[in-house]
Structure formats: C-alpha cells, structure tokens
Design a protein around this ligand. Sequence first.
Ligand code: C2O
Ligand code: CU
Ligand code: CU
Length: 560
Amino acid sequence: MSKAKRMDRREFLRVMGLGLTAAVAAACQPTTQMMRGNRSTPVQGTRVVTRPPTRAAVSPTPVMTGTPTFVPDVEIALRAVEGEASILPDTVTRVWRFEAEVLSGPQDAVQPLPDTYLGPILHLRRGQRVRIRFTNDIPEETIVHWHGLHVPAAMDGHPRYVIRRGETYLYEFEVRNRAGTYWYHPHPHGRTGPQVYMGLAGLLFVTDDEEEALNLPEGEFDIPLVLQDRTFDSRGQFLYLPNGPMDRMMGFLGDTILVNGKPDYTLNVATRPYRFRILNGSNSRIYKLAWSDNTPLTVIGVDGGLLETPLQKPYVVLGPGERVDLWVDFSRYTVGTRLTLQSLPFVAPSGPMGGGMMGGGMMGGGMRGNTSSVSLPQGAPFPVLTVHVTQESRDTLSLPERLATVEPLPFGEAVNASTPRRIALTMTPMVGWTLNNRTFEMTAVAEDEVVRLNTIEVWEFSNVGGGMGMGMGMLPHPMHVHGEPFQVLRREVDPAFRAMWESVKDGYIDVGWKDTVVVMPGERVQILRRFADYTGLFLYHCHNLEHEDMGMMRNYEIRL
Ligand code: C2O
Ligand code: CU
Ligand code: CU
C-alpha cells in the first residue's frame, strides 16, 4: 500500500474511529458475487427463454416465442456488446454499448445516436405492447432495467434475472407510463456501476396523446442530453475508481464531463424554442444546472413526465438517475451568441470520512484532500455544455401555460399517513452503505418491506446520520424506487446542515411525478406512492451506483 494510502487509513482512524474504518475496509474488498437467481428454475411468472450461447442468437429472425396471448405492437432486439468509441481526439476508447433494431412494428421505435457509446433512443407510446429480446454479448452477467417504467416484476430487470453472455431475456410489457423521459441501463447486482460506466445506458421516450396535443418542440428541436463524467487513463481508456475502494464509499467522480458521450460538448441552435431532455446518467455526480447569463431555467417535466404548468428555477439540482425537461427559447439571442449551461458550486461533504460539513460545511472545490485525489469533487463548479446560436429562425412556438394533468395522490388515503415507512440511509460497520442497516439480499424481503397491493403509502427517506454520529459518514443519496412514480410530499432539514441545504434547495423540483429524489445530509424526505397493478419483488435503492453496488439496495414486495 502506498504511503498516501496509509495516511488515508490513519486519517480514517482519527476521524471516524474503528467502526467506520472497518466498514470502509469491508467495502475495500473486491465486489463479491452475490447469490444469483437460478436460471434453470425461473421464478414463477417470468417469461424467460434462454438459448445456448451461440452466435446464431444474433439472428434477427426470432426463434424464441413469448407468451402466445401477448401480441406485441412493437418488437425490438436489444444487445449489449463490446465496442469502441471516439471520445478523445485521435483516440479509440473501448466501451460497452447497447445496440437495437426493430423486428416488427414502427421503424422509428429505435433511434440510433450517431457517434456515441450511448444506446439508441427507444421511442415508445403509452398503451403500446412492447416485446424486447435482450441479448447479452458482454463478457459478464447482466440484465436490463427500464428506469421509471411501471412493469411487472419479471420485466423490471431485477438482478436475480441476470443472463450470461450469449443468453437472451425476453421482456413483454405494456407501456403504462405518462409521456416522459425515461432510460434503460443494466442492473446486475454489484456490477451496475462499472457496466453503466463502460457505456451501457440509453434513453427511452414515451409519448401519449396529452403530450402530442401540446405542440412542443419535436424532431431536431427535441434534444437529448445525457450528462456523465469519466476519467481516462494515459491511453484514453475509461478508468473506474482509480483510487480504489476508498472512492467507492464516496461514489465515482470523474474529471471529464461528457454530454452524449463527448467532452466539450457544443450544440448549434437556431433562434427558436427547444426542448432539452436532460438525464443525469452519471454514477454519483450531482449537477446544479444553470445558464451562464443567469436566465432562469424553464422546467416543463421531470422523471415521470410533464408538470402541470411550467416552472421557473434559478437552477436545477439533478442527482444520478433523475431527468429534467426544459423549454429553452433562443429567439431572444442574436446569431453568434454563446451560452454555457454550467454546474454551479454547492456545499458537499468531501467524503464519507471527511467530516467536511461540520460547522456549516465547506464549498465544493475546497477539498481537504486527505481522502481522495478526485480532481473534480462533488459540488465543484464546471461547464457542462456550450450552446452556440448559429442560425436565424422564424419558427415560433409558444410555451403552453398548461402542460398536463398531474393529479395529486390522495394523502388522506395513505394507509400509513401518520406512521410513514421510514428508510434510514445508513452506514453499517463492516458492510458499508445500507438501508435501515440492511444490505442487499437477492430475494430476501423483511417484514417491514412488504406493501399491500392497491394501497397508497408514505415513505420517508431519512439521511440523518444512521447512528454514526452527527455529520459523520454522511453523503447525499439519490433515492430511487422501482415501479410506479411517486410524489414528493415534504422535506425537512436538520438546522445543523442548513448551509449545505441552502446551497441546493432552490434547485429541487418537488412537483410532478418522480422516481428518484435527492436526499441531502440532514434531510428527511417524504414521498407518497401508489402500489397498484403488479405484485412481486421490486427494488428501492440509492442511485449512486457505487452505493447501490455496495448493497445500498433492498427488495420490497407488493403482496395481494
Ligand atoms: Cu436506474 Cu434500479 O435503477
Ligand atoms: Cu429504476
Ligand atoms: Cu447513496
């Protein structure tokens, strides 16, 4: 172990005492493969059809049959493959990527993106019956999850359904979600972070009649923007957790910001309105997005689709997994103008062991430097992308005053309105990040993780220290719940964390339908959710992918 690392370890001991040190040490072990679902006896209700690993599995001619009664409106072949991408100048970077083709149904259901490792955009419609044949052709187990979609448990990409290279998983589901910006990514236990990092991620747009009636910017004026950060080695290859396990406690933070898989992203626009669909596809980085000329952001949608009415924000805070849809009107700019969408500084802890926020916190960028050599720490400012106004346009569209109907879930009908299901975001000695001090177990569900079908519940994510002591071992956690989207009821912050909270609070969007919510240190966030349609095992977890892989994920079960 290097001298620097030894210093780190001593620092841990001093700051944290033995408990957390042990937790860090445990997390320092290489990821162990957890128990797996047994493929030879598929869990009841699944429609898994696997094939021997042969190249013939690539054949576009469907050989597998799905459920005879399921007649798909669209059928897509999706593959995870090894490949290359040009990201840095004069360099070829090895990546993993999704590829897709339409086997039957509307050809525009798959929109390949040129010149990026990102997967094609899947275009689905509410009410559509979708069949996806997913083939794994990367050298490890994987499975695909449709982030934000409300689908049956066996179609949700739970890690117990991982398939090996050469195998195919058959998904069949009906699109029940509202129009909105969703995405898909791998979900194998312990390997989601590295697989997304290697490039496995893609957007999934859902449309519906309500959205189509609005006349929002479409086609080339509807811009997908996937924000990710990476670190490259000297040969231009992706470097994951270069400082080893210590960074895993924090979550991966890269030094290069990529938009749609490219650094120094510039978007040429015309003087007219655009729709920007922004996904934070980063492993652990949180963005605080703002325009360089201080124009407020006009938010029209979040994770689960359009808001009721547009919302003006000085900046928007976007945690890993979250999406925001913006209306951006460039008509008041003159040709030649350059604008930057930037990430503003915010107060963030420097690490689970840094104790950086004690006494009101410290500004991002002001790392104490004792725990990590990350050059762009959480909370540090940086430019995200440049917009270059290059063209005159006479196209006028006006921002609708009313976008969609967002019916509030009836709080009064919640079965636990006075006793919310409490999920403490915890750090457990010898284990690492946990939920209620429990780590992920492939098929286990605790008594207090069972939800009744067709009920509404209040859940409270509580990031108040988890027993390790005030200010100790606390980080922001973007909490995600699989299944139907939820509504944010309320947030509370411990006054000791005021400074950190003040630096992000105006960027929260707590209206509309969400599936991921940032819970900052000192915060307690209550959400309201309905559990309808499907029974079975679903996941809730931190969408900081290193935390998720470490076990900050649990099943909940919807029972009849
Ligand atoms: Cu986007 Cu369970 O994940
Ligand atoms: Cu999800
Ligand atoms: Cu987390």
